[in-house]
Design a protein around this ligand. Structure first.
Ligand code: NDP
Length: 253
C-alpha cells in the first residue's frame, strides 16, 4: 500500500474497529520510508489507548495519544490543532467513533435520537470540516468515515442509528465535492456485522438470524474493515472519492 501522507488521526481507536484500523495503519511506511504516525483518539480508556500505542511501537511504528470526546466540538477542534502544531499538518482522518442506542421507534425518546446523531453524525461533520480546513492548505488529504450497512437497508429498533449513518454517506459525498478541487478525498465504509463489543449484546437467536442472510456465513472481523479503510486512505485509491465501500460478507449487495 502506498501513502504520500505522514500522519493519521483515528477517532475511537482504543477498541473495536478503530483499534484494528490504527494497528494496521501503524504498520505502513510512506513514500519517504517513514512510518505513518498514528494519533490514537480515546475519551476515557487511557489504558486501552496506551496498550495500542505500545503495540504499534513494538511493530516499529509511531503513535501518540489524543484524549477527547468527539461530541465536543471544542475538544475535537483543539485536538486537530494540536496535531497540526506537532506535525505541521494532518494527512489522513478516520471518523470511526460511534454508538448505538437501540429502541423501537414508538418507544424512542427524542433525546435518544439526537444523542446518537450528535455522536455519529455531528462529530463526523466537525471532523470533516476541520480536516478540510487543514488539508485545504496542504492541497492533500484523505478522509474515511465509518457508516454502516444499516444506512443502506434500515433496521428494526435503529431509526436513530440508521438516520445518523445515512447522513454520514450523503454528507461525505458533499464533502467530496468541496474537497476535490484541493485534492482531498472523502469516502465511506459500510461494514456489515463485525465481531466487536457493539454486537456483543446480540442474542444468539438474533445472531443466527443475521448469519442466515450473510453469504460468507460469518461475522466480519475488525481487521477486515481496517483493510478497506487503509485502501481508501492510500494512494492506491487516488481516483476514488465520494464512494461507499461495502464490507459486509455479501449481506447487502
Ligand atoms: P465499539 O462499540 O466496539 O467501539 C466504539 C468506539 O467508539 C470506542 O472506542 C468508543 O470509546 C468510541 N466512542 C464512542 N463514543 C465516543 C465519543 N463520544 N468520543 C470518543 N470516542 C467515542 O464499536 P465498533 O468498533 O464496532 O464500531 C466502530 C464504528 O464502526 C462505529 O462508527 C460503528 O457505528 C461502525 N460500525 C460497526 C459495525 C459493527 O458491526 N461492529 C457495523 C457497522 C458500522 P469508549 O471505549 O470510550 O466507549
Amino acid at each position: 500500500m502506498e501513502f504520500s501522507g505522514h500522519n493519521v488521526l483515528v477517532t475511537g481507536a482504543n477498541r473495536g474497529i478503530g483499534r484494528a484500523v490504527a494497528l494496521l495503519l501503524g504498520r505502513y511506511r510512506n513514500k519517504d520510508d517513514q512510518p505513518l504516525k498514528v494519533w490514537i483518539n480515546y475519551r476515557n480508556d487511557h489504558k486501552g489507548a496506551d496498550a495500542l500505542k505500545e503495540d504499534i511501537e513494538n511493530l516499529g511504528g509511531r503513535a501518540a495519544l489524543l484524549k477527547f470526546d468527539v461530541t465536543s466540538e471544542e475538544e475535537f477542534v483543539e485536538g486537530i490543532r494540536l496535531i497540526v502544531e506537532s506535525d505541521g499538518g494532518l494527512s489522513y482522518l478516520v471518523n470511526n467513533a460511534g454508538i448505538v442506542l437501540d429502541r423501537l421507534a414508538v418507544r424512542m425518546k427524542t433525546e435518544e435520537f439526537t444523542h446518537v446523531l450528535e455522536t455519529n453524525l455531528k462529530s463526523v461533520f466537525v471532523g470533516c470540516r476541520e480536516a478540510l480546513r487543514v488539508m485545504g492548505k496542504q492541497k492533500f488529504g484523505s478522509v474515511v468515515n465509518l457508516s454502516s450497512v444499516i444506512a443502506e437497508r434500515g433496521n428494526l429498533g435503529q431509526t436513530n442509528y440508521a438516520a445518523s449513518k445515512g447522513g454520514v454517506i450523503s454528507m461525505s459525498k458533499s464533502f467530496a465535492y468541496e474537497g476535490a478541487l484541493r485534492n482531498i478525498r472523502f469516502n465511506c465504509i459500510t461494514p456489515g456485522f463485525i465481531a466487536t463489543d457493539m454486537n456483543a449484546g446480540l442474542s444468539d437467536e438474533l445472531k443466527a438470524g443475521y448469519l442466515k442472510n450473510i453469504p460468507l456465513a460469518r461475522l466480519g472481523e475488525a481487521r477486515e474493515v481496517a483493510g478497506a479503510v487503509a485502501f481508501l486512505l492510500s494512494d492506491l485509491a487516488s481516483y476514488i472519492t465520494g464512494e461507499t465501500l461495502k464490507v459486509n460478507g455479501g449481506l447487502y449487495m
